[in-house]
Design a protein around this ligand. Structure first.
Ligand SMILES: [Fe+2]
Length: 449
């Protein structure tokens, strides 16, 4: 990072925030590999929700020209959702689709606009249609911006995972929003609803809606991928087990729980399911290979998955058996964290020029070296994570896991700044402290240093 851009980043990062919150363990720090078993009784849901309580923006297709407006609440008859460029005059009115929200009496309201102008700030009105004789009662007005058509100007977005609904998740929301990100990518384990708690899923949205607004008052779009705490049982579930996740995000995950999101011709997000509904191998891996091959030349090709290939807390390999079996090198059981990722996915990331993989689930900050086959290689793929937006654990040290380049145990999210061919990945703690700055340039192997 040049001195100037680093200085300007530091200035805009909120690094001067006075109160560094104490990084302690919380109720989720004993996260289980498997989420609790399904409960027969669904937890009560908040009533009297208005659109403004859970309103958020996401995407189903190219973020340069589209936006999807969503909220959860009682079915709103004939709602108004309309947008207009901030300096325009012609409002465009959308059609609102109502969908069930799990087995609650609430509805997901979804309204997509296409054909918007790239790189433009819009006004958005959402609410009950107002009769003409009551025009003084305007629906609520919000602001957002579409993604730029080309990556000619510097822009940034944020990522992280494993949020929950506690005070640290909110604290990280606040520091994330201060960065004026174009969007937030949450890599699984959003609210920890476990597919059973509508109340938790709604609380996550309420927190996001309230705090993920940038300093200029613009809503920050949300992109997600699936984690174990969105699915009843955590792993090997069915779509219906993602009880409160897929009703919100099946615009992007219509037929599968993995997909790509292409931003014009300059940024592609490849969003994977690390075994929660879709198995890692087989169909998903075959799809991944073709998706990556088609995007090899994309200037910024980023993958996100929940369970890490290169964990910083959990054990990556099979546990050695105790006693004489251990001394003979015999493993007790197969299935270390990330084994299937490393077997099926990592070779494809290396082959097809993935620029960074965003990982989560282990509740730490970690950055690996650029890796090929698990070994440091200047032309390799860096893995960034490890999911401590609102959950925390103590990571292993790089000395004991040579693939790790940097670790930390503070609540954090990452700010990704794209400057032409240059990428900066800045790990920013809840307190505003910069934990790590990492940069790569261009595509491997010709230009990356
Ligand atoms: Fe997780």
């Amino acid at each position: 990072m040049t001195p100037l851009s680093r200085r300007s980043f530091l200035r805009s990062s909120g690094a001067g925030l006075a109160s560094a919150l104490v990084a302690g363990h919380d109720s989720h720090s004993s996260d289980l590999e498997t989420a609790p078993a399904p409960r027969a009784v669904v937890s009560p849901t908040p009533q009297n929700l208005a659109p403004r309580d859970t309103l958020f923006l996401t995407w189903q297709r190219d973020p340069t020209t589209t936006i999807t407006v969503q909220w959860v609440g009682p079915a709103l008859e004939d709602p108004t959702v309309r947008v207009v460029p901030r300096d325009g005059a012609e409002w465009k009115t959308g059609t609102v689709e109502l969908k069930p929200f799990g087995n609650t009496n609430l509805k997901v309201h979804r309204c997509e606009f296409t054909g918007l102008t790239a790189g433009t700030e819009y006004l958005l009105q959402v609410g009950k249609r107002v009769p003409s004789f009551q025009l003084g009662l305007r629906p609520e007005t919000y602001r957002f911006r579409t993604m730029p058509a080309k990556a000619t100007d510097t822009f940034q977005w944020v990522s992280g995972g494993d949020c929950g609904t506690g005070p640290h998740a909110i604290g990280t929301n606040v520091i994330a929003a201060k960065q004026e990100p174009q969007f937030a990518l949450i890599g699984g384990d959003l609210g920890y609803d476990n597919g059973t708690s509508a109340k938790t899923a709604i609380q996550f949205l309420q927190n996001y809606t309230k705090h993920m607004v940038d300093p200029k008052g613009r809503l920050i779009q949300m992109v997600t991928c699936l984690g174990n705490h969105e699915v009843r049982g955590g792993y090997k579930g069915k779509r219906a087990d993602a009880t409160y996740y897929l009703p919100l995000f099946d615009g992007l995950y219509k037929d599968t729980t993995y997909n790509t999101l292409d931003f014009g011709d300059y940024l592609s997000l490849v969003l994977l399911d690390s075994g929660h509904v879709s198995p890692i191998g087989g169909e998903q891996t075959a799809w991944l290979e073709s998706a990556l091959r088609a995007r090899e030349e994309c200037p910024h090709l980023i993958v996100a998955n929940h369970v890490p290939a290169y964990p910083s807390f959990r054990t990556p390999g099979s546990a050695p058996a105790s006693g004489i079996l251990g001394t003979l090198g015999i493993k007790e059981k197969a299935g270390g964290t990330g084994e299937e990722n490393r077997k099926y996915w990592c070779p494809l990331f290396e082959k097809h020029g993935v620029d960074a993989v965003l990982e989560h689930h282990d509740h730490t900050f970690k950055r690996t070296h650029p890796l090929i086959g698990g070994l440091k290689d200047k032309y390799g793929v860096p893995y960034l994570g490890d999911g401590s937006w609102g959950q925390l654990r103590v990571p292993s040290k790089p000395e004991s896991r040579p693939y790790l380049a940097a670790v930390g145990n503070a609540y954090h999210m990452s700010v990704h700044r794209l400057e032409g061919e240059q990428r900066y990945h800045v790990a920013l703690e809840e307190s505003g402290k910069i934990a790590d700055v990492y940069g790569t340039t261009g595509k491997r192997p010709a230009k990356r240093g």
